[in-house]
Design a protein around this ligand. Structure first.
Ligand code: ADP
Ligand code: MG
Ligand code: MG
Length: 253
């Protein structure tokens, strides 16, 4: 499980405080959503968990299955079972999708002290995963994300996720800019990968994704803190009334 306690983070350069005590536990098998107004620190939370440079943790902890994430290099975090899907998947011209997936899988295995997959075993695995997600084999031959539609990029990201079999998947506004069909694809992919051992943290600005990926818990973030947590109905409340009442209530408390 992912356990974040009292996480305080500031920008390294400007010293500006962005996260002001985030506390959040995502137990194994659960799907939690983080919603909140723009600029509340949702992306910063995912960046810090992934080990992106430029952020300084000034207080608090983040562990995955009891292991200190903040002490690990980004590739060690991946080996420990963390997967992050970002808003804008990168295009990598000249690198075939298969090569990319194989490199990612083998880097993860190496970091875990496991042997690399043989070509044959890798091919078998990627075909099996692609088939389960209804992904066309043609997509595997193209350069990573180059010329992919928004929906194809998302599918590809779900395939990466399926290949790496993460313990903890974080999706940061992976739905923004997607049409309804592409969003449904993301949701179907995530739902197909839900399991008792795997957890998800779904960061989204819009409620509509949560119609398809029904979360166990919804957290509202504002100004660097989780100000309210509840069930799926909390997302519906935001959809109906916006954040105003929730933030006013939090400010009173
Ligand atoms: P959210 O994802 O909830 O919209 P962010 O985590 O992206 O929020 O941003 C939180 C706050 O931190 C915002 O005020 C944003 O402007 C600021 N911020 C985040 N990263 C940087 C950065 N690298 N440089 C300057 N400001 C930043
Ligand atoms: Mg934002
Ligand atoms: Mg963001």
């Amino acid at each position: 499980m992912l356990e974040i306690k009292n996480l305080h983070v500031q920008l390294e350069e400007e010293g500006k405080q962005i996260l002001k005590g985030v506390t959040l536990t995502v137990p194994a098998g659960e799907v939690h959503a983080i919603m909140g107004p723009n600029g509340s620190g949702k992306s910063t939370t995912s960046y810090v968990l992934s080990g992106r440079e430029g952020y300084e943790v000034t207080d608090g902890t983040a562990t995955l299955d009891g292991r200190d994430l903040l002490e690990m290099e980004p590739e060690e975090r991946a080996a420990a079972g963390l997967f992050l899907a970002f808003q804008y998947p990168v295009e990598i011209p000249g690198v075939g999708n298969m090569t990319f997936l194989r490199t990612a899988v083998n880097a993860q295995r190496k970091a875990r002290g496991e042997e690399e997959l043989s070509s044959g075993d890798f091919l078998k695995l990627v075909r099996e995963k692609a088939k389960a997600l209804d992904i066309d084999a043609e997509m595997l031959k193209r350069p990573v994300n180059v010329g992919f539609s928004g929906g194809e990029k998302k599918r590809n990201e779900i395939l990466q996720m399926a290949m790496l079999e993460p313990r903890m998947c974080i999706l940061d506004e992976t739905d923004s800019g997607l049409d309804v069909d592409a969003m449904r694809l993301v949701a179907e992919g995530v739902n197909a990968l839900r399991s008792p051992e795997r957890s998800f943290l779904v960061i989204t600005h819009y409620q509509r994704l949560l119609d398809h990926i029904v979360p166990d818990v919804v957290h509202i973030m504002h100004d660097g803190r989780i100000v309210k947590s509840g069930g799926p109905e909390l997302a519906l409340e935001v959809e109906r009334n916006g954040y105003g009442d929730i933030l006013a209530e939090a400010a009173d408390a």
